[in-house]
Design a protein around this ligand. Structure first.
Ligand SMILES: NC(=O)c1ccc[n+]([C@@H]2O[C@H](COP(=O)([O-])OP(=O)(O)OC[C@H]3O[C@@H](n4cnc5c(N)ncnc54)[C@H](O)[C@@H]3O)[C@@H](O)[C@H]2O)c1
Ligand SMILES: N[C@H](C(=O)O)[C@H](O)COP(=O)(O)O
Length: 349
């Protein structure tokens, strides 16, 4: 039984606070406090540090710290909405806002491990992540490219897809065929097999997590003008078109490949549920231009629900103290996770 289905109560959602020197702790606290009457946000981070930030934001914010051991033994405590639960994940070192310290890098990963454990164990219905600094995790000695890849590895998910979405009733959604990959490695990573898996995951999760009956997916080409008939690259002819034909034969409602530069216009988007871009900086700038500060990053293909913000650690803002960061994307990410919980519960009953 999931946390939310145990009673008609607020869903419980784990929020990892991310890089402590960035804006993650502030936006997590602000969003959790704002949504407290509808969602039980359990913050995962260093409890004494979060208490200091909470006090700077609003002295009325009341926190209740619990240890991982206590939750493992007794489950999540049942506090009223007027108190935010903090699952304590101690940092190794004192935090200076805006200044990265690799000695805290492993604690940031422990936050993720706690959220994964708790979501899989049913303490939480979903997990939402505040931004972390990928370079600091690497500087801490752990090879790391992103939450998406880390979650895939930790949950043994065979194929995951990064999708960013704007908010709203008919939101722009952009998924990626490759994720955090150096541009020079992108063409070789796009194979008929990987594209087929990406389309299968998209179709499956747009149905089961978003309640879309027959999602329509538009696919961007890799090369300028989708290869210009082979004169500007052959990947469309050799890989994309056959992969799309095979996906159609499996019942997926997919069209393309379209030239990426002209695909993002209302004429095409009005009937689409998702655009599949070939690489990170083909798709994400469009989404972030349309909705930066209110977009949501969603990992598809996982055995759990995970959403995140559309921005990074904003060290420049954290350095100035609390009160400069917009927590709108965090609010949307938490709301989206709650909606996905509701859709998933409905589609499994
Ligand atoms: N979900 C995540 O964990 C996530 C997402 C994106 C980037 N990152 C990481 O964040 C680090 C910094 O990345 P970056 O500098 O490219 O991007 P960034 O999003 O941190 O900052 C880009 C610009 O946007 C502004 N900005 C970002 N968030 C804001 C907010 N909530 N309110 C107001 N302004 C905001 C910043 O001040 C900065 O000017 C990198 O290590 C990157 O990998 C993490
Ligand atoms: N690619 C994301 C973005 O630009 O918003 C970001 O790096 C976060 O990725 P993860 O969720 O995998 O950490």
């Amino acid at each position: 039984m999931t946390a939310a289905s145990s009673a008609t109560v607020r869903p419980s959602i784990a929020i990892t606070c991310g890089e402590p020197a960035g804006i993650g702790p502030e936006i997590a606290l602000r969003a959790a406090w704002e949504l407290r009457d509808e969602i039980n946000c359990v913050l995962i981070g260093d409890a004494p540090f979060l208490a200091i930030i909470a006090d700077q934001i609003d002295p009325d914010i009341a926190l209740a710290a619990v240890s991982l051991l206590a939750v493992r033994n007794d489950g999540l405590p049942n506090f009223p909405a007027s108190r935010l639960v903090v699952l304590d994940c101690p940092l190794a070192e004192h935090v200076v806002p805006g200044k990265l310290d690799p000695r805290n890098g492993r604690s940031v990963l422990q936050m993720l491990d706690m959220a994964i454990e708790g979501t899989r164990a049913g303490w939480f219905d979903a997990m939402v992540t505040a931004p972390l600094q990928k370079s600091t995790i690497n500087d801490a000695g752990v090879p790391f490219t992103g939450h998406t890849e880390y979650l895939a590895e930790k949950t043994a998910a065979p194929h995951v897809v990064m999708m960013l979405a704007a908010s709203g009733d008919h939101p722009l959604r952009v998924a990626l065929a490759t994720i955090h990959l150096a541009l020079k490695d992108v063409p070789a990573a796009i194979t008929a097999e990987s594209l087929g898996q990406t389309l299968d995951v998209l179709q499956h999760d747009l149905q089961s997590r978003f309640g879309l009956d027959r999602p329509r997916i538009l696919v961007a080409g890799l090369n300028p003008h989708a290869g210009e008939g082979g004169y500007l690259g052959r990947e469309e002819i050799d890989i994309l078109i056959p992969a799309l034909q095979a996906a159609r034969a499996r019942g997926i409602n997919v069209a393309g490949p379209y030239p990426a530069d002209t695909l993002f216009q209302p004429k095409y988007l009005k009937d689409a549920d998702c655009v599949l871009a070939m690489y990170h900086d083909q798709g994400l700038p469009v989404l972030k231009f349309a909705s930066f500060g209110h977009g949501i990053n969603i990992t598809l293909g996982l055995p759990l629900i995970r959403t995140s913000v559309d921005h990074g650690t904003a060290l420049d803002l954290a350095e100035q103290g609390v009160g400069h960061a917009d927590h709108g994307s965090m609010v949307e990410a938490i709301r989206m996770a709650a909606k996905m919980v509701a859709h998933s519960t409905a589609s499994s009953t």
